[in-house]
Design a protein around this ligand. Sequence first.
Ligand code: 4AD
Ligand code: MG
Length: 430
Amino acid sequence: MQNKTIKQTVNHVGETVTIGAWLTNKRSSGKIAFLQLRDGTGFIQGIVVKAADEDIFTKAKALTQETSMYVTGLVKADERSPLGVELEVTDIEIIHEAVDYPITPKEHGTEFLMDHRHLWLRSSKQHAQMVIRDQIIRATYEFFHKEGFVQVDAPILTSTSAEGTTELFHTKYFDEDAYLSQSGQLYMEAAAMALGRVYSFGPTFRAEKSKTRRHLIEFWMIEPEMAFCTHEESLAIQEAYVQHLVSSVLEHCSVELQTLNRDPEMLKKILAPFPRITYTKAIELLHEKGFDDIVWGDDFGAPHETAIADHFDLPVFITHYPTSLKAFYMKPDPNNSAVVECADLIAPEGYGEIIGGSARIDDLALMEERYKEHNLDQESYGWYLDLRKYGSVPHAGFGLGLERTVAWIAGIEHVRETIPFPRLLNRLTP
Ligand code: 4AD
Ligand code: MG
């Protein structure tokens, strides 16, 4: 008999199967033991009845948490379990006995759990988040492939900064200075001129001394870039993409959403088109909501973003920010050069900005002007000017932060749980 996974058991009701599994928890009385088993593909309850086999019952009662084993049993339908089946255990073959597993079913503090992240990943809520993350990654490749984008990899070691110089990780590149990439965007602009519609998907680094529920030092970003594309067309792609992510999680991860107590009804409401509000109108809205101190030209903090998002109950695009607040490459609004053709997509429920994007300056003279204003040196950034010299075209793109998106869709308070091994201000281990 071939071993089965827990996920496969649903197709084997009425059959006897063997599963390689770990014990996550157990309960027992004098007559019956309930084993909570996991194998990476899912969780299942094993039932051992003393009257059926006293030796197996004694063995089951002595099992310790995270002991690994081969469990054999009869698969039975069970409506109460999320999976819809349970296992009537007939044999247990211990592989390795775990002694004093540090994470017990009782409550632990976050720092303790983060110190044991390499083990914490085994717990059901963490497992569910990793599965949802995987689904969002898969749905990303699916969506952009269907839309005719080519995936292109951006370098991680760079000589330039894309998003301002204050948050750069510095390193040596032999005798030169180098930085860990904050964004693949500048390279995606070059790639878009070669391949039309492209996207990168890779790790990015921000040496930001922020300790909020939305900030990681190392995070993964999806950065599409499109030649012959306006800001408006980019927004349409963004909302279609986000809707696709949500619907594919709803379709494939119902068990995981249930494990995380995430109400699918909240997610079913996420349908494009999403509302849009200009930065200037958003300032007015904030004044109406009692944020008296904020003035035109100020950046939004988390409470501002949350107030705006709550007003709409859907992801909302805040567009046309003041030029001074945004990166050097953003294209000025042709009707008002004080603002740029950009948008941040703010997720509902306080999850904050999940996308930042814009139209890019395609005019050489204007880009040269920006280089002067931002003191960008010709040696490192010269190649980026070439894109405006040789067949420049209107183009636009955006970056979606994977972890913030997983946090929002899965309903997780803090982004640190949505990445397998988070890098935080005070954490580089494990
Ligand atoms: O708004 P950002 O900084 O935009 C860029 O990097 C552009 N170059 C993207 C582009 O147009 N190609 O970052 C984009 C997104 C944010 O909306 C957010 O979701 C995420 O990346 N992000 C972070 N996620 C976790 N931790 C951090 N410290 C993040 N900083 C940005
Ligand atoms: Mg941003």
